[in-house]
Design a protein around this ligand. Structure first.
Ligand SMILES: NC(=O)C1=CN([C@@H]2O[C@H](COP(=O)(O)OP(=O)(O)OC[C@H]3O[C@@H](n4cnc5c(N)ncnc54)[C@H](O)[C@@H]3O)[C@@H](O)[C@H]2O)C=CC1
Ligand SMILES: O=C(O)C(=O)CO
Length: 312
């Protein structure tokens, strides 16, 4: 079996060695321009079109959870990957735990009013504030898939009212489930902390806009952990100015790296990280991909296949 690998920033040497160890007998090579030799599987992130074009592969694996960049490239170059070639993505592989750490720590940060105390500290003011109550701190998760469900699971023991919104109804313990466009407004009403973990698709681009934000509880908070295109940044700034929103924690942006002139940088109530909420953990990802390839070779059922029509 031949496997080609391409990632613009990962430690390719590590991946080739780890994949070879996990799949004894497989010949794993780094794909370089001009390499037209046959391959069975391709492991990619932001692949050049020529890497995949015209190849008869058994499957392609995205080296992350989101496949928006590959699917967008496919729209521009429909012949990059034949419809018959399955595309897989990473399911969790350690990203769930990272999202849990990120979301829980930030919800607690807001709930314990550390943002307010930080602002008071800067004015050298000693001023105990009224506690927030859990019942006024409903956390709503947009997108209740692999990562959204992990975040809900980690928040559950903290006792905040929890709800999620997804395409189909979920039955997660202790989480109120809302499904489909018809139930989005009910999901938003009363939500105090909104956490976004949707995939980037034609239906979700720009979903966090003024119309959505104005339906949240007053003094609410937004955490965008999914993709920058979900959030209309100008609308977020308006909601912060109007007082509808108290704060935002952003990991992803409409343009990355975020340009120096973005007003988000200097906003006192916007906290930011540079698209690091959950990164691909190489060891977990290698073992997940090796397992999936082994199952595919045996003709056994696998998970993680992307529905190209649906867009995730
Ligand atoms: N900031 C970061 O570091 C990272 C961000 N991500 C982002 O997180 C996203 C989510 O990842 P997973 O949980 O693994 O995806 P997933 O496919 O398991 O879950 C997606 C969820 O969104 C829901 N959904 C999709 N379209 C919808 C629609 N139109 N209306 C209502 N619900 C809809 C689905 O029903 C599902 O519950 C990825 O697509 C990626 O963009 C992933 C990893 C790291
Ligand atoms: O896996 C993904 O989709 C990511 O965004 C990684 O940072």
């Amino acid at each position: 079996m031949d496997i080609i690998f391409y990632h613009p920033t990962f430690d390719t040497h590590y991946w080739l060695k780890a994949l070879s160890a996990a799949l004894p007998g497989a010949r794993v090579r780094e794909w370089k321009r001009g390499d037209n030799q046959p391959a069975d599987y391709a492991l990619v992130w932001h692949p050049p079109v020529e890497m995949l074009q015209g190849r008869e592969l058994k499957a392609v694996f995205a080296l992350g959870a989101g496949v928006d960049s590959i699917l967008n490239k496919l729209k521009a170059h429909p012949d990059m990957l034949a419809d018959s070639i399955p595309l897989f993505r990473l399911e969790d592989t350690g990203m769930g735990e990272q999202m849990q750490e990120y979301a829980v720590s930030q919800v607690l940060h807001w709930f314990r009013r550390f943002d307010d105390y930080q602002a008071l500290k800067q004015q050298a003011r000693w001023e105990p504030l009224a506690d927030y109550q859990r019942e006024d701190f409903t956390v709503g998760i947009l997108g209740a898939g692999v990562l959204g469900s992990k975040v809900a699971e980690a928040l559950a023991p903290w006792g905040f009212p929890l709800r999620c919104w997804s395409r189909t109804r979920k039955a997660y313990p202790g989480v109120e489930s809302f499904a489909g466009t018809d139930e989005l407004s009910s999901f938003l009403q009363g939500t105090r902390v909104l956490i976004n973990l949707l995939p980037n698709t034609g239906e979700t681009v720009g979903i966090i806009n003024s119309t959505l934000l104005n339906q949240l509880a007053d003094n609410s908070y937004v955490m965008n952990l999914a993709r920058g295109v979900h959030l209309v940044e100008a609308d977020l700034l308006k909601a912060l100015e109007s007082g509808k929103l108290k704060g935002a924690m952003l990991d992803v942006y409409s343009k990355e790296p975020l340009p120096a002139e973005s007003p988000l940088w200097a906003h006192p109530r916007v906290a930011m990280t540079p698209h690091v909420a959950a990164v691909t953990r190489p060891a977990e990802a290698v073992s997940y991909i090796a397992h999936t390839i082994t199952q595919l070779e045996k003709g056994e059922p696998v998970t993680g296949r992307v529905d190209r029509q649906r867009g995730y």
